[in-house]
Design a binder for this molecule. Structure first.
Ligand code: NAI
Ligand code: 13P
Length: 310
């Protein structure tokens, strides 16, 4: 809907033909964004060859589906079209960032990352939102941020692609921890401590992987961490909250896409490979893999040796 502002036609591809038909019929995503109709210019389809029309493709699938989607788009994408990754996560099987996945699958495209604090429903309602648009090429970042910004959806440009994607991936894992603390009734002080120590983990990992500090402290890092760790509107926070209340991992992860559940393990593996300690992310991974209970994780975090605040 944002892209439809000022454009006559915005094709919207869905991989599931029934979903595309339902969107075309109802002009609304009745399950995920009820009460928020599609703009008139949005044209749902399940034919991925529509990317042929596009100079800008917004890739908004689950993170683990970015590779197959990019691969399917490859024969149809124009030379130098922009492939803007809006998913937040890291490829689990090959331990790759999504910009790396896109570059491998779409050599003809210019890859960018759009990430930051923005619940889809807020954006669709026209509530004020500000996010990061990162591309290695400054001129591309500038062009995309100008073309995709509206009065209420403001894109700040960056050339730190890695920083933008680390923030978006890591905050989901940390939001699960924040949700657990809330669901377990640990109180507002614990919540604030978790966000601050979670941010320390995000910074440590980001620095080890070459991200810039200002990106990690910006919209796509700290900004999105604060949003996601502080709102039950977040699916990651809601997943953690359910676990904190005692719901089983199987029941809690069912139904809605919570990217942190897919990112936790690969984030911990990447950190270990770079000798970076991430106790909160490790606890989330251990709980999701049923190696640790929520109470066991709280106990383990409280028992950690006292150390300097870094
Ligand atoms: N919903 C939100 O507020 C925000 C979501 N994101 C990110 O956007 C990405 C997508 O999230 P949502 O749209 O919210 O999730 P969603 O669950 O609402 O929609 C995901 C869509 O992907 C489709 N899909 C599932 N498997 C697929 C596959 N193998 N190939 C292609 N498409 C497939 C589903 O049919 C569905 O239409 C996630 O990485 C999420 O972190 C980022 C910012 C905000
Ligand atoms: O990324 C988001 C907000 O910036 C959406 O958060 P959830 O995926 O946790 O709902």
């Amino acid at each position: 809907n944002v892209a439809a502002q000022g454009r006559a036609r915005v094709p919207l591809w869905a991989h599931d033909p029934q979903a595309a038909e339902a969107l075309a019929r109802d002009r609304e995503n009745t399950r995920r964004l009820p009460g928020l109709p599609l703009a008139a210019a949005v044209a749902p389809t399940s034919d991925i060859s529509v990317v042929r029309e596009a100079e800008i493709v917004l890739a908004v699938t689950p993170a683990q589906a970015i590779r197959t989607t990019a691969r399917a788009a490859r024969p149809h994408m124009r030379e130098r079209a922009a492939f803007v990754i809006c998913a937040k996560g890291i490829e689990r099987d090959r331990r790759k960032f999504l910009s790396e996945v896109a570059k491998e699958e779409l050599p003809q495209a210019d890859v960018a990352v759009l990430s930051g604090p923005s619940f889809a429903a807020d954006v669709c309602r026209g509530l004020p939102t500000a996010v990061t648009l990162a591309a290695h090429d400054e001129a591309l970042a500038r062009r995309l941020s100008e073309e995709l910004s509206t009065k209420t959806f403001r894109l700040y440009r960056s050339t730190d692609v890695r920083g933008a994607e680390i923030g978006g991936a890591a905050k989901n894992v940390l939001a699960i921890a924040a949700g657990m603390s809330h669901g377990r009734g640990l109180g507002a002080s614990a919540q604030a401590a978790l966000i601050a120590r979670g941010f320390a983990e995000l910074m440590r990992l980001g620095r080890a992987l070459g991200a810039r500090q200002e990106t990690l402290m910006g919209l796509s890092g700290l900004g999105d961490l604060v949003l996601t760790c502080g709102s039950a509107q977040s699916r990651n926070f809601a997943l953690g909250e359910a676990l904190g209340r005692g719901t089983s991992v199987e029941d809690a992860t069912h139904g809605k896409l919570a990217e942190g559940a897919f990112t936790a393990r690969v984030m911990v593996e990447m950190a270990r490979a770079h000798d970076v300690e991430l106790p909160i992310a490790e606890a989330v991974d251990a709980i999701l893999s049923a190696r640790l209970s929520v109470d066991g994780a709280i106990e383990a975090l409280l028992m950690r040796p006292l150390k300097a605040e870094d």
